[in-house]
Design a binder for this molecule. Structure first.
Ligand code: NAD
Length: 482
């Protein structure tokens, strides 16, 4: 059955209540590749009702932990089975090169399910040494309840998996709402959860845009919102959740500094920073997005960086030789281009790129990777999240100024340090305010490592054991035996 144009509610594939639909485009060509149902408030209400009911259904609520673990493991196996199809769907819908879809998105999604399958039987409470006489106190880790999982368009499948797997591991029921630009792999994931044997209503998927997301966040019977997306929408979600004090975790924007110290291996730093800045054409929340280079190495670094990015093969994600795919949409490309123009207007020196790709690539959303030199801290390209292939290079005189400059931002998601000197690496790793600091490597997500940010980069941590904290409530049980 073609599930496009359908919502997944209570184990059934249904059209939107009012029949509304929207299309999703291939960013490499701009052509329509699918039609999806646009979930209305009535659909949101139905999905929340189904998730509420499933939460109390003994088929889920009383399922032994070992059986729940098997369901998660089974989803991982089904993702592996359908890896080729999922990777192609992700590439066509999102634009990322097929190799990235296979090795990062699809393999990552399967690993999240396997990692949390292992946790299901290890979510433990504790006996607390209370001083009240003749009393035993112990804690239970219980599901938070009905969770709305709202995802962005940059890594739709992997981000869905990094929320879905821990939410299910902890016994919650969920409504997943993928971004309107990239709904296709989330729909397939719902199919796989169904095939794995999750009881109806445990996993629901609603496609739709911001209005669908808003209706979910405002629904009084949703207990928790786990959101990954822009800081502005995250702020709105906090406000909307305040009415009934929903639990909220937020993974938001970033503007990761990458520091290239005087003693760095410049060739290795160029390779790592090209990967760190340009994976998925820079549409990565943890992408390295401002480069602080020791003044004595800045020319060498900039020259090699510009040569490396200019040599990257830009093209459709489905073409095997492609190293850099298109941006997700024309709207996003225009936003990136406007920020580049602002960089030029503010006096940054455009070393390479700076324009939409032409020729064969004209009909897709391709943007030439762009390097700016001579960037100053106060310039827009050094401060605002571009979320595209734009690399601003700044220089520094003295290491002592670095932590303050790196921390002069509202964000704090990721940071990188390139140095062979252990004391430089340790000092900066301690002083930079970011949820993850990478030394001599690009930013990578791994299910075992907590993910999230300081400041306007979000609230809470997902992945790792930390995700179990945000998808459970702790209940204390007191037993008097006097
Ligand atoms: P976005 O905030 O526009 O949209 C994200 C999701 O929220 C979409 O599903 C959208 O439909 C939904 N949405 C929009 N308005 C809503 C509302 N008022 N209420 C509820 N839901 C609403 O973000 P985007 O443009 O899809 O993604 C890009 C942003 O995501 C960037 O800022 C990036 O840094 C961030 N991001 C962060 C991480 C992380 O882990 N920190 C990972 C990926 C992307």
């Amino acid at each position: 059955m073609d599930v496009r144009g359908r919502l997944f509610i209570a184990g059934e594939w249904t059209a939107a209540a009012d029949g509304a639909e929207f299309t999703t485009l291939d960013p490499a060509t701009g052509s329509v590749i699918g039609t999806c149902a646009e979930a209305t408030e009535a659909d949101v209400d139905a999905a929340v009702g189904a998730a509420r009911q499933a939460l109390a259904d003994p088929a889920w609520a009383r399922l032994p932990a070992a059986e729940r673990a098997k369901l998660l493991w089974r989803v991982a196996e089904l993702i592996d089975r359908d890896a080729t199809l999922l990777a192609e769907l992700e590439t066509r819908d999102q634009g990322q090169p097929l190799g990235v879809a296979r090795t990062v998105s699809v393999a990552g999604a399967a690993e999240h399910f396997r990692y949390y399958a292992g946790w299901v039987t290890k979510i433990e409470g504790a006996v607390s040494p209370v001083s009240f006489p003749d009393t035993t106190h112990f804690t239970r880790r219980e599901p938070v309840g009905v969770c709305a999982l709202i995802t962005p368009w940059n890594f739709p499948l992997m981000i869905a998996a990094w929320k879905l797997a821990p939410a299910l591991a902890c016994g919650n029921t969920v409504i997943l709402k993928p971004a309107e630009q990239t709904p296709l792999t989330s729909l397939h994931l719902a199919r796989l959860c169904d095939e794995a044997g999750f009881p109806p209503g445990v996993v629901n998927v609603l496609t739709g845009g911001p209005a669908t997301g808003r209706a979910l966040v405002e629904h009084p019977r949703v207990d928790k919102v786990s959101f990954t997306g822009s800081t502005e929408v995250g702020q709105g979600i906090v406000r909307a959740s305040a009415n009934d004090l929903k639990r909220v975790t937020l993974e938001l924007g970033g503007k990761a500094p990458s520091i290239i110290a005087r003693d760095a291996d410049i060739d290795a730093a160029v390779r790592g920073n090209v990967q760190g800045a340009l994976l998925n054409s820079g549409q990565v929340c943890a992408a390295y997005a401002r480069f602080y280079v020791d003044r004595r190495r800045v020319e060498e670094f900039t020259e090699k960086l510009a040569a490396a990015v200019a040599a990257l093969r830009l093209g459709p994600g489905m073409a095997p030789e492609t190293e850099l795919g298109p941006l997700v949409s024309d709207e996003h490309l225009r936003r990136v281009d406007a920020m580049v123009k602002e960089g030029v207007a503010e006096g940054a020196e455009l070393v390479t790129g700076g324009a939409r790709a032409d020729g064969d690539l004209e009909s897709g959303h391709f943007y030439r990777p762009t390097v700016f030199a001579g960037v100053r801290d106060e310039m827009t390209v050094a401060r605002q999240e571009v979320f595209g292939p734009v690399l601003p290079v700044l220089s520094y005189e003295d290491e002592d100024e670095l932590a303050a400059r790196a921390n002069d931002t509202r964000y704090g998601l990721a940071a990188a340090i390139w140095s062979r000197d252990l004391s430089t690496a340790h000092r900066l790793a301690a002083d930079i305010r970011a949820g993850a600091v990478f030394v001599n490597m690009p930013p990578v997500p791994d299910p075992a490592a907590p993910w999230g940010g300081f400041g306007a980069s979000g609230w809470g941590r997902e992945m790792g054991a930390q995700a179990l904290d945000v998808f459970t409530e702790t209940k204390g049980v007191w037993m008097h035996h006097g």
